[in-house]
Write a protein that binds this ligand. Structure first.
Ligand SMILES: CC(=O)N[C@@H]1[C@@H](O)[C@H](O)[C@@H](COP(=O)(O)O)O[C@@H]1O
Length: 694
């Protein structure tokens, strides 16, 4: 496969940019190189040095620092992720229009470390002014015959003398939009080219109807239209093998330097697949396979495309003589192929022959609806809890999965944290192999003269910073925010943990009649004697206001569900901290006072309630909630529904609330409005505050 460094300055990069040095505890340069620690130097948009820093930093790095280079430190540094199969994730209500607005997807995905994309185009055969199949655009008569041809370059009417492809007009517009921005830096992820998913497909899967029987002439016009932007084209081997002149369209792709990707074929035979591989071998090219497993066949006797795709080498059989196994791509969401199946595929294919793709089509917002070539496509959860996009088959009319909601970052994390393939293999899957398959030698690994596409991650594999061609394209917002250091969000004191346990013991069984998370809201502020003191240790961390959060959600019934259930409570439990943190970091600097914090607690409940109602139609039950936020030396509580919060302050000896008590909160637990319960709590060292209604 083609390999090489970027010849000169990365396109679009400034002439002279400040030198940047990045020190990483772990630096993964490519599928086989892990440097612990490692260091990289960036200048003028390119990497100039990538080295181990185990025995001190190389002279080049020291010189750069001495000359005033900016220095960054990170836990993990990897090459930017590359997605060679994505339909885009926004910009329109109609999925097939996403690539009319590529900047929307480019700017969204870069936040998740994707620095290069191939825009996946589809070729629906519908539209306002499509030449009928085999209709001839003939010279001067063309204007009268067709409102718009588009397949010839003439400005004053069609000059075609051959049949045009049956193609919707929007395909032409999208192609021209994409071509105008290929290789440009500065919009987020770089659009590196086009992956054409079709039109020569045998099995549609979720694709809209297209012209799978396109003539060679029409096919040639399509390739002319896409030009060198076209890097990969998905093509069905059975369509090619069964055409009157077998494999002629594939030959055309190969002669133009486009990589054919076998796919969307559930009927191809072993001989037909091997035939396609043989044509590629004659061009010294390795074929690729589009979303292995999806819209394909795996059978233990009658081998389909997936059987062949998974082979690391071919058995000694005449049918496979002289051919090389293809590279493969896998939709890394655990929905299109179950995780054990992904594990199997990765165990079978060696490094350098498999890559993760997203086949992205939407953001992961449950219940979100879009149009997909005039069908409705909805983000739904499958039986295993995974999220995907579902619609109906254009030919079958049956419900089916049509795309994913993930980022390459999700697949990277899955590779490391679930499939346990190690960092190097994960980088190979998400960076190196996709770059090789799409022939993008300027990116995909960390080496001198490669474009400086970099992802800085923390120990949890969360993205901290992303650079594209040496320019900062994304930086996580946890610096320069208010004085609250959110990274330090934690329960600090043993006393506070005891309180948490006491509060956790309170579970009430009440049934508000409407809403999911509704009721009166109250906030309360208490200045406590013995909890939440300013930090005395590790002052170097400059934590001005340590934070601790306790959130209790109690599953209850709702207007939609008569019986109480755990679902709303569990959902709130998983999302409350992100809502709270988002609201906290939106505070302007120096505005962290009780008034603002109260407002933020209220807004956090409102955000939770709204999102629960809008994005989780499947959740019918409701919940009450009690939330306690310790900020510096102040404790604020907020209660919604009929859930209670009780503040228990230990006595002088700190032992007033012992573990024995936790199992015996009294038969009136949760009813701190009762005088008996209050005195019980006081006897056990507790302080009961009456909340104020708003
Ligand atoms: C753009 C595209 O083609 N995406 C395919 C979709 O067509 C197919 O229906 C689905 C499930 O395929 P399966 O049911 O064969 O696993 O996988 C991918 O999302």
């Amino acid at each position: 496969m083609a390999d090489g460094a970027f010849p000169e300055r990365a396109s679009g990069a400034p002439d002279a940019s400040p030198v940047l040095v990045i020190r990483a505890k772990r630096l993964v340069a490519d599928g086989s190189t892990l440097l612990e620690p490692g260091v990289a130097v960036v200048q003028n948009g390119l990497l100039t040095c990538v080295a181990s820093a185990g025995r001190g930093e190389p002279a080049e790095v020291c010189a750069a620092i001495a000359n005033g280079a900016q220095v960054l430190e990170t836990e993990l540094l990897v090459p930017g992720f590359i997605d060679i199969h994505t339909h885009g994730i926004g910009g329109s209500d109609e999925i097939r229009d996403f690539w009319r607005h590529p900047e929307v997807t480019q700017s969204k995905v870069v936040r998740y470390g994707t620095t290069s994309l191939l825009a996946t185009m589809i070729f629906p055969a519908s539209g306002p002014s499509i030449p009928a199949k085999n209709e001839v655009c003939a010279g001067t008569n063309a204007k009268a015959k067709l409102k718009f041809c588009g397949w010839c370059a003439a400005d004053d009417g069609c000059v075609c003398t051959v049949a045009g492809p049956r193609m919707a007009e929007d395909v032409l517009e999208i192609a021209s939009t994409l071509k105008s921005i290929i290789g440009q830096v500065g919009h987020g992820a770089v659009l590196e080219g086009i992956h054409a998913e079709g039109p020569i497909v045998e099995s549609l899967g979720g694709l809209p109807l297209g012209d799978a029987e396109m003539s060679l002439n029409a096919f040639q016009k399509l390739l002319d239209l896409l030009g060198p932007a076209l890097k990969i084209m998905t093509i069905a081997p059975s369509c090619e093998a069964r055409s009157t002149t077998p494999f002629e369209r594939m030959e055309l792709l190969l002669s133009r330097g486009v990589r054919p990707a076998l796919g969307h074929d559930t009927s191809c035979s072993l001989e037909e697949i091997a035939g396609a591989l043989r044509v590629a071998a004659a061009h010294h090219t390795v074929l690729h396979v589009t979303h292995t497993f999806n819209v394909q066949r795996f059978h233990h006797r009658e081998c389909g495309l997936a059987n062949v795709a998974l082979l690391p080498r071919f058995p000694r059989l005449p049918v496979f003589e002289g051919v090389t196994p293809p590279t493969i791509e896998l939709i890394g969401d655990g929905v299109h192929a179950a995780l054990p199946v992904l594990q199997l595929a990765l165990a079978s294919k060696p490094t350098g022959t498999a890559c993760f793709i997203t086949d992205g089509i939407s953001e992961p917002v449950l219940g979100k609806e879009s149009k997909y070539a005039d069908r409705v496509a909805t983000v739904e959860r499958d039986a295993n809890g995974g999220i995907g996009v579902y619609s109906v088959g254009a030919d079958s009319g049956k419900k089916l999965l049509v795309g994913s909601c993930i980022m390459i970052l999700d697949a990277f994390r899955t590779a490391v944290q679930v499939l346990d393939v190690g960092l190097c293999r994960a980088v190979d899957l998400c960076c190196c192999t996709p770059a090789a398959v799409a022939r993008l030698p300027h990116t995909g690994s960390l080496a001198p003269r490669r474009r400086a596409d970099l992802v800085l991650l923390d120990g949890d594999l969360d993205v901290c910073k992303v650079f594209v061609a040496g320019r900062l394209a994304y930086s996580r917002r946890d610096s320069g925010a208010p004085s609250l250091s959110l990274a330090k969000l934690k329960v600090r004191a043993e006393k506070w943990r005891r309180m948490a346990r006491v509060q956790y013991g309170l579970r009430v069984k009440q049934t508000p009649k409407n809403g999911r998370l509704k009721g009166k809201l109250s906030t309360y502020r208490a200045e406590l004697r013995s909890v939440g003191q300013s930090p005395t240790e590790d002052d170097s961390s400059k934590v001005e206001a340590p934070l601790a959060l306790l959130a209790l959600f109690d599953g209850q019934s709702s207007a939609d569900a008569r019986a109480p259930g755990p679902h709303a409570a569990e959902w709130c439990c998983r999302h409350v901290h992100t809502k709270l943190i988002r609201n906290l970091i939106s505070l302007p600097p120096n505005s962290v006072n009780t008034t603002f914090l109260k407002a933020i607690l209220i807004k956090t409940f409102e955000d939770l309630d709204r999102e629960l109602l809008v994005s989780q139609p499947g959740i019918q039950d409701g919940c009450g909630a009690a939330l306690a936020l310790l900020a510096g030396d102040q404790l604020l509580t907020a209660v919604v529904g009929r859930c209670s919060a009780i503040v228990v302050e230990p006595g002088e000896d700190g032992e007033a609330v012992g573990t024995g008590v936790l199992h015996n909160l009294g038969k009136n637990q949760g009813r701190c409005d009762l005088p008996g319960e209050q005195s019980w709590l006081r006897q056990h060292g507790g302080v009961v505050f009456r909340t104020q209604k708003r």
